[in-house]
Write a protein that binds this ligand. Structure first.
Ligand code: BEZ
Length: 182
């Protein structure tokens, strides 16, 4: 690797970078959507009770907004090594084209979990997904905290994502109900 690398974040990377970068810009990728379709057995759930975290799915005609980070050439290799480890629960790196909100494009990479990985859960009724998130906990914290943090971060960037908004509202509702029942 002999040049700076643009890394596109659409999930936890947006609030927990954990790496050095020289620039962060709002942008999107085409033909993809953010969905809570990936099981998490190592961060927001466990092997016996997986949580749900986001991945990118193919969605012709849609776009997925996120934040693109320019990682300086000198730290690209250790940053990628650390992220490959952090996202080892089913995610692989993918080359993409990023379009900046302010105009212009660049090539870059992102992490996504494809349908063939063993932790992929896929689509389910929205109430089912919300219940699973409301009840799951893992070594990195609760799954509820993950979705609320994602929802908050998207709002901060004025990114509208109906899937995340609807789920965050339902998770709030289910977890309040669970607390009342305890
Ligand atoms: C992201 O923020 O882009 C991301 C984080 C974890 C796994 C996949 C993507």
């Amino acid at each position: 690797m002999n040049e700076d690398l643009w890394l596109f974040g659409y999930g936890s990377i947006m609030w927990k970078t954990g790496f050095s970068f020289d620039e962060a810009r709002l942008g999107f990728i085409r033909g993809r959507a953010r969905r809570f379709w990936q099981g998490s057995t190592d961060h927001r759930g466990t092997e016996s009770a997986p949580g749900r975290v986001v991945t990118l799915i193919d969605a012709p005609g849609e776009i997925c907004w996120g934040v693109a980070y320019r990682i300086p050439v000198g730290v690209v290799a250790p940053t990628i090594e650390a992220l490959d480890y952090r996202e080892k629960g089913g995610y692989t790196r993918e080359d993409i084209t990023i379009e900046f909100k302010t105009g212009g494009t660049t090539t870059g990479v992102t992490y996504h979990a494809n349908t063939a990985n063993p932790n992929f859960l896929g689509q389910a009724p929205i109430e089912h997904i919300a219940r699973q998130i409301a009840c799951s906990h893992g070594p990195s914290g609760s799954n509820k905290e993950y979705i609320l943090q994602l929802h908050h971060t998207l709002k901060q960037h004025e990114i509208v994502d109906e899937h995340v908004r609807e789920l965050a509202d339902l998770v709030d509702c289910f977890s309040n109900r669970l607390e009342r029942e305890e």
